[in-house]
Design a binder for this molecule. Structure first.
Ligand code: PEP
Length: 256
């Protein structure tokens, strides 16, 4: 299985800045065949970056899209419209869940819409700090995963990526803490067990599970060696050229 290094640029960079930044990343990294480097710029930049990107080195992801393919949905962008521009879409990021009120049902429909349009969903799940404090981590992981995957068949699940992102470890969250390798290992084990229950052991092993939460070049190697972790989803550090490319190089060193 490939190792994934996914950078989520969130609401940063104009279209011009995105283009310059992409150029700098591409210039700095070699073509690592076993490392899938993905960046998620703003929706507005996807069209132009899709023409600029060297797909041997990197791929594009959308940060969000709407689950209907077309119709009277003012202001939305559909997966169908993104088809051909991106290979991936982040779905269910905690900022979508908690700032924009996306519920499990919405996320479930988005996962299905992505697959219908040949876009790989990166389904984000993870508990908040208070859910962890109340001992609800396992329930939250189970609920979010089962619900997100409700419409995903056995043939489709291999095309889904799951990202475990404990909300309390995301750098932009007030008082964020670093997750320990043990905490990540336990969560990833739970996710893999649930995938086994639904899709069987052999298929479950083929699903990539990423970790996200304050990843930087110093902790990336440790996180990537947690059993069952197949890559990283990176926010803050993906906005800094040297940090992002250092993480890519760490991934190459640790996983090859
Ligand atoms: C994220 O927002 O998905 C994320 C993991 O951010 P950060 O790396 O900044 O914690």
């Amino acid at each position: 299985m490939k190792t994934y290094v996914v950078g989520n640029w969130k609401l940063n960079f104009t279209v011009g800045e995105s283009s310059i930044y992409l150029h700098k990343i591409q210039k700095k990294i070699p073509n690592y065949r076993d490392i899938e480097v993905v960046v998620a710029p703003s929706t507005l930049a996807l069209q132009s970056l899709s023409l600029q990107i060297d797909r041997h080195k990197m791929k594009l992801a959308a940060q969000n899209a709407f689950y209907r393919d077309f119709g009277a949905y003012t202001g939305e962008v559909s997966f169908e419209q993104l088809r051909g521009l991106v290979d991936y879409c982040i779905i269910g990021h905690s900022e979508r869940r908690y700032i924009f009120g996306e519920d499990d049902k919405t996320i479930q429909k988005k996962v299905a819409a992505a697959l219908r349009n040949k876009i790989t969903p990166i389904l984000c799940i993870g508990e908040t700090e208070s859910e962890r404090a109340f001992g609800e981590t396992a329930d939250v992981i189970r609920d979010q995963l089962m619900s997100g995957l409700s419409d995903v068949s056995e043939e489709e699940i291999e095309k889904v990526i799951v990202a475990y992102e404990p909300v309390w470890a995301i750098s932009s969250v007030k008082g964020a803490k670093l997750a320990s390798p043990d905490e990540i290992g336990d969560a990833v084990k739970m996710i893999r067990e649930i995938l086994k229950e639904i899709y069987g052991a052999k298929t479950a092993e083929k699903v990539a599970i990423l970790f996200g939460g304050s990843v930087n070049p110093s902790n990336a190697g440790g996180y990537l060696t947690v059993p069952g972790v197949n890559g990283l989803l990176i926010g803050g550090a993906s906005l800094i050229l040297d940090e992002f490319t250092d993480i890519i190089n760490v991934a190459k060193r640790v996983k090859s």
